[in-house]
Design a protein around this ligand. Structure first.
Ligand code: FAD
Ligand code: MLT
Ligand code: ZN
Length: 658
């Protein structure tokens, strides 16, 4: 029996349902926790409905259909049915995708034949269309009701065995009726203007997928306010409907924190239009900017004023200062200037109830109570919406020199770091390391970017920022490298002779992330340890991973100067990367995180928690700290509408430890 294609919105809902149910199915395939009763009932109900649908389609075709088997319509309709069967057998609900295609085909056939055929044939075609509509609606309604019930029962206890598939669903969210959703959308349009509430699927798609293509959500709409007052009204309106908000800056985050979940009921608040530089205070060495200001534009504004804003990331052409503060971003200058938190003097924040906190004082010293700005920095949009910031600026160094050194091993890199601290002192502003495999990936995907010294397993990129002169800087840097070579630490080295050459070297380093993305889906880690523990960590982890996955490719690079390594893992050459993630992501994460934990490190140095690590965090964070985090979340966002499902879940604290 062929169902009628439903109105557009209904197709969307079934798509969403399918994705979420697929996630549930996947989770429960590998989780030690057995699926809840509701989830099992949902799976069964959905699958029974699908099987029923297929049986009815076949019965219709062979018994009553106006078309005889073998017709071209039949072949067209049979194809998606064939594709649906493997999904059904594996209990995967992506089957809906194929069946919705069948729905369309039946509908088109019914309509075409009702007009082109005559007599009984035409009547049967009309009947076919009508029956298909009815059956589809019955099935969709049935599955949807069960699905909603199952969502409430889905918050399973976190477990290190739960796969790291981003589970962005949240049970705290209000379920809007269509009229309520329309009412909210109308209010949002009246606040920001009709053209700044985006709803068309094509307009939404870029906001709904994360940078790494690890997850895809579905928003009720995207709202693009231009003023703090508008953000405040948007938050108030959403709060009055109990609708959750996901703030988004440049959407370059790497832990799936800035896209909506799959419910289609969250409002995505884009800060893109709030990008003004409000003031540059050269005498106070500070700058006040709106949260949506792109980092590169902020750096440029500082330079225009003869000053320097040091935060520097590979994503600086797209990421926003609001996103940088919300993730407490690090980057390549942390060694000397600190991370985003250290660069912030004050914030303006819209709170969960729409109130505005103006903490933009710009003071460098202020001990009048709790340091509120530091609650919001690094909170990934779960405690408030940052709308503006006051930030530190610095005098521009007189000379900045970059060197590239080749080394035999990581132990050598750590020794070089120690020597660089000793010889360059505060002038050392960057110290990055890269293994040869990561540089090879850059060359493979961007052949113009050839790294020097390809015959050595490790390379280090050093930056010296000097306040005397270029000559002084050169002397210092060359002396350091000569000493390191004499001591056998460095095997070869080059100092960039001008800024263009230096930029090329940095470009190679910053292209690793992109090259890795081109190579396929991968498992990323962003760990921190004391720099001296990193070689032992890498040796142990590499041994375990190579035993676990013969042929596994290790893409290691990062900010050794901060004890921060991106210990990334790519599938063996011949293995499909999606399959690799399904089979090994959790196992790899377990090995890496366990080893980091054993050495007293952190599972997230600079990227944050997002939804990618939200269920892992409880195993590696002090329970008292988790409990305090929950209390802070509850008091600042009692309705739990700000970016729910990110950073911390509100579940029973006793579930946090196995
Ligand atoms: P988004 O991705 O839009 O959002 C990130 C989080 O902040 C989300 O939880 C979101 O809800 C929240 N958020 C965004 N804006 C606001 C706001 N105004 N108020 C409240 N919450 C908000 N990160 C590093 O730390 N170091 C690096 O070296 C680095 N290099 C990168 C290189 C590449 C090529 C890429 C793609 C990413 C890199 N990142 C790095 C990660 C990313 O760029 C940073 O996390 C960045 O700070 C995110 O900024 P964004 O504006 O894109 O934020
Ligand atoms: C970097 O250091 O390049 C970033 O943190 C991005 C990444 O980890 O890939
Ligand atoms: Zn990094």
């Amino acid at each position: 029996m062929g169902p009628h294609f439903p109105p557009m919105a209904q197709i969307n809902l079934s798509d969403v349902r399918e994705k979420t149910l697929d996630n549930l199915t996947m989770n429960h395939n590998t989780s030690i926790a057995s699926p809840s009763k509701e989830v099992r009932l949902t799976q069964n109900a959905a699958l029974t409905s699908l099987v029923l649908l297929i049986v009815l389609c076949l019965a219709w075709e062979w018994s009553w259909a106006p078309l005889k088997p073998g017709g071209s319509w039949l072949a067209l309709k049979a194809l998606p049915l064939v594709f649906a069967v493997p999904g059904l057998l594996r209990r995967r609900l992506y089957t809906y995708r194929w069946l919705s295609l069948v729905v369309w085909l039946y509908f088109i056939e019914g309509v075409v034949r009702a007009y082109s055929d005559t007599g009984d044939q035409a009547r049967l075609a009309t009947l076919e269309t009508t029956l298909s509509v009815l059956l589809f609606m019955a099935c969709a309604g049935h599955v949807r009701a069960r699905f909603k019930a199952s969502l409430l029962a889905t918050e399973t206890s976190p477990s290190p065995d739960t796969p790291n598939t981003p589970n962005t669903s949240t049970s705290s969210q209000a379920q809007l009726t269509r009229p309520q959703a329309q009412q909210l959308i109308d209010q949002l349009k009246s606040i920001v203007g009709q053209e700044h509430v985006l709803m068309a699927p094509l307009d939404l798609s870029a906001y709904e997928q994360d940078w790494r293509k690890r997850a895809q959500g579905r928003a009720l709409c995207v709202v693009r306010p231009a003023l703090t007052a508008e953000v405040s009204q948007v938050v108030r309106a959403c709060a009055s409907f109990g609708v959750s908000i996901v703030p988004q800056g440049g959407n370059t985050g790497l832990v799936v924190g800035s896209i909506p979940d799959e419910s289609g009921e969250q409002v995505l608040l884009s800060m893109q239009r709030m990008k003004a530089i409000r003031a540059v205070h050269t005498d106070n060495l500070s700058i006040e900017v709106e949260a949506g200001c792109v980092l590169a534009q902020l750096q440029e504004a500082a330079l225009q004023a003869g000053l320097f804003f040091p935060l520097s990331l590979g994503s600086e052409g797209s990421c926003t200062i609001g996103g940088n503060l919300s993730t407490n971003a690090g980057g390549t200058q942390v060694l000397r200037y600190g991370n985003a938190r250290d660069l912030c003097l004050g914030l303006e924040v819209v709170l969960a109830n729409g109130e505005v906190w103006n903490g933009l004082s710009g003071l460098r010293k202020d001990n009048t109570g709790y340091d509120l700005k530091n609650l919001f920095i690094g909170s990934e949009g779960t405690l408030g919406i940052i709308t503006a910031a006051s930030l530190k600026l610095f005098p521009k160094p007189k000379s900045t020199l970059t060197a590239w050194a080749a080394l035999e091993d990581l132990q050598g890199c750590v020794k070089l770091l120690g020597l660089a601290h000793e010889k360059l002192g505060a002038g050392l502003s960057g110290f990055e390391v890269m293994n040869q495999y990561s540089l090879g990936l850059v060359q493979k995907h961007f052949p113009a970017l050839q790294a020097p010294f390809q015959e050595f397993p490790w390379c280090a990129l050093l930056e010296l920022s000097d306040n005397e002169s270029t000559e002084h800087a050169q002397t210092q840097l060359i002396e350091l490298l000569e000493l390191a070579m004499e001591q056998g630490i460095v095997k070869n080295a080059t100092v960039a002779e001008n800024l263009t050459k230096a930029a090329q070297l940095w470009h190679i380093r910053e292209s690793i992330t992109l090259a890795q993305a081109q190579e396929g889906l991968n498992i990323k880690h962003d760990i921190s340890l004391s720099a001296s523990s990193i070689p032992a960590f890498v040796a142990q982890t590499e041994r375990e991973l190579c035993d676990l996955i013969p042929g596994v490719r290790l893409v290691n690079f990062g900010h050794l100067g901060d004890g921060n390594l991106h210990y990334n893992v790519q599938s063996p050459m011949q293995m499909d990367s999606a399959q690799f993630l399904r089979d090994f992501e959790q196992k790899v994460n377990d090995v890496v995180h366990r080893n980091v934990f054993a050495l007293g490190g952190s599972i997230s140095a600079e990227h944050g928690i997002g939804s990618l690590k939200v269920d892992t965090l409880p195993f590696y964070k002090d329970p008292q700290a988790l409990s305090l985090m929950r209390r802070i979340k509850e008091s600042l966002d009692p309705q739990l509408t700000l970016n729910p499902g990110r950073v911390i879940r509100m579940s029973d604290p006793s579930l946090d430890r196995p």
